[in-house]
Design a protein around this ligand. Structure first.
Ligand SMILES: Cc1cc2nc3c(=O)[nH]c(=O)nc-3n(C[C@H](O)[C@H](O)[C@H](O)COP(=O)(O)O)c2cc1C
Length: 199
């Protein structure tokens, strides 16, 4: 599929076909693609919790205000971020780079995020959000569709035993469309969103 088609065809699906079963190989392919997403200092902050067990999905449905995507989709991922990934063996993020580049990057990682929780969170959230978009576009390429969702983060965190140094980015439901979504609800124009040089 052409990238432009994947972008144009992607819609948020509210009703998924509950009969469609996704394979482990498909999930692997999706996550492998997500890992190619750009991330701040290549830290790859994203962590995906595959909500799989029926009892877990039932509670996840409650934590997403009973939206049907959670119970009907073929794959439900809780997109999380490891806020402290920059401290966790950061040399692995630059293991294949020339030594001088790796040293420079590691020095910068440790300097920039130290004592800067806002930047630490912003950069991890940016990176995880982009990984979610990769998943959505890869899903299109694989003949699947998706819906990004908000959730009650405290309930969801308790459900998945979220580590204290992690945060939640979004819930992502993926599967086969059961019903067409309504037409795009209201698109802004290029002029509405493009600012040249300054506001
Ligand atoms: C961060 C985020 C949270 C969203 N939360 C929900 C949600 O909880 N339920 C839902 O049905 N759609 C949710 N959406 C999907 C948006 O409603 C949808 O992207 C928007 O209406 C545009 O429609 P489209 O994605 O079909 O182009 C969310 C999207 C994003 C990016």
């Amino acid at each position: 599929m052409k990238v432009s088609d994947a972008i144009r065809n992607r819609r948020s699906i509210n009703l998924f076909d509950p009969a469609y079963k996704i394979s482990d190989a498909q999930v692997h392919e999706l996550i492998e693609a997500a890992n190619l997403t750009p991330s701040a200092f290549n830290i790859q902050h994203w962590r995906f919790v595959w909500l799989r067990d029926a009892a877990v999905l039932k509670q996840a449905g409650e934590a997403t205000w009973f939206q049907p995507q959670v119970t009907d989709a073929s794959l439900v991922l809780l997109v999380c971020l490891d806020l402290k990934a920059w401290q966790k063996a950061p040399e692995r993020y630059w293991a294949n780079a020339p030594q001088d580049v790796a040293t420079h990057m590691l020095d910068n990682i440790l300097r920039i995020y130290d004592n800067n929780p806002l930047l630490e969170r912003d950069e991890a959230m940016r990176s995880a959000s982009m990984a979610a978009m990769t998943l959505m576009l890869k899903a299109q390429d694989m003949g699947l569709e998706s819906c990004a969702m908000a959730c009650d983060e405290r309930r969801m965190a308790a459900l998945v035993n979220l580590p204290r140094d992690h945060a939640i980015c979004m819930v992502l439901a993926l599967g086969k469309r059961f019903k067409d979504p309504y037409p795009r609800p209201g698109l802004l124009s290029v002029e509405d969103v493009l600012v040249t040089d300054s506001f």
